[in-house]
Design a protein around this ligand. Structure first.
Ligand SMILES: NC(=O)c1ccc[n+]([C@@H]2O[C@H](COP(=O)([O-])OP(=O)(O)OC[C@H]3O[C@@H](n4cnc5c(N)ncnc54)[C@H](O)[C@@H]3O)[C@@H](O)[C@H]2O)c1
Length: 251
């Protein structure tokens, strides 16, 4: 799919994978709407080609309003769902039983938020003119290798990401008649601020657990995969692991 003169929506655009993707798309001349929470956008440095919009991905009205800002002269062709949270709680621990609120919140942000953006953006993309192949756009979701190998303390996170993997094929099937593809990326361990904050020792031991290359992935490698997915029209309904052959151990 040709992204020339098009717009993209990237959620979680203030940090990590979303930020790298927003910058990479803007560098290609794509008009990017970068959604994130208001607090995250307060002191954000302006990025050429990226318009930041404060919107919680779980909020129907805010996401719909954000999508109205897509410029008419640059049709929406690409949506990248990066917003997410990753709380860790054991089912049973010295602090007691896993609270229901954390489980619900994780499902709400990661799964319901992804679905909310996917459905509302699909409606906007479906109104655009198709290209010569009948294609209108692509939606990329972000799962995690935890969808397959959730670690200790990751029941909520793994459930939310497993559900994103699960919805990828039926979403692609639903939207096929509109010329919209849906794919999901399941990253392994990526060097985002969230992860590097764990400190060099933890980062080094995580890096050593990756078969090859024995390092953390870089956020720009995620962005590169998004661009590859955009370019490859036959990739649809698929979840792609980006993990250096890593299979997570129980902890
Ligand atoms: N970093 C990794 O190693 C890794 C691995 C696998 C999957 N992932 C997934 O990739 C995605 C991005 O992770 P990251 O490492 O870039 O994290 P990050 O914390 O650097 O960025 C996530 C962004 O999402 C935003 N966000 C959170 N809740 C939101 C909401 N309700 N509405 C709008 N924005 C919201 C945050 O403010 C933040 O800017 C997440 O879904 C995460 O689960 C990351």
């Amino acid at each position: 799919m040709d992204l020339t003169h098009s717009s993209a929506v990237v959620t979680g655009a203030a940090s990590g994978l979303g930020a790298a993707t927003a910058h990479a798309l803007a560098a290609r001349g794509v008009r990017v709407l970068g959604l994130d929470l208001p607090a995250q956008l307060e002191d954000i440095a302006p990025a050429p080609g990226v318009e930041y919009v404060a919107a919680d991905v779980t909020d129907e009205a805010l996401v719909a309003a954000a999508l109205e800002r897509v410029p008419t002269e640059a049709p929406l062709r690409l949506v990248v769902n990066c917003a997410g949270i990753a709380p860790a709680r054991r089912l049973l621990s010295s602090k007691g039983v896993h609270d229901l609120a954390t489980f619900r919140r994780t499902i709400e942000v990661n799964l319901v938020g992804t679905f909310n953006v996917l459905r509302l953006a699909a409606e906007v993309i479906a109104r655009t003119e198709p290209d010569a192949d009948g294609q209108r756009g692509l939606i990329v979701n972000t799962a995690s290798v935890a969808a397959y190998e959730g670690q200790i303390g990751q029941t909520a996170y793994a459930a939310s990401k497993g559900a994103i993997v699960g919805l990828t094929l039926p979403a692609a099937r639903d939207l096929a008649r509109h010329g919209i593809r849906v794919n999901t990326i399941a990253p392994g361990i990526v060097a985002t601020p969230l992860l590097t904050a764990l400190g060099p020792q933890v980062v080094d031991s995580l890096a050593a657990s990756v078969p090859f290359p024995p390092r953390l992935a870089r956020p720009d490698e995620y962005a590169q995969l998004v661009l590859m997915l955009a370019e490859h029209d036959y990739l649809n309904g698929e979840t792609i692991r980006m993990d250096g052959a890593l299979r997570m151990a129980p902890q």
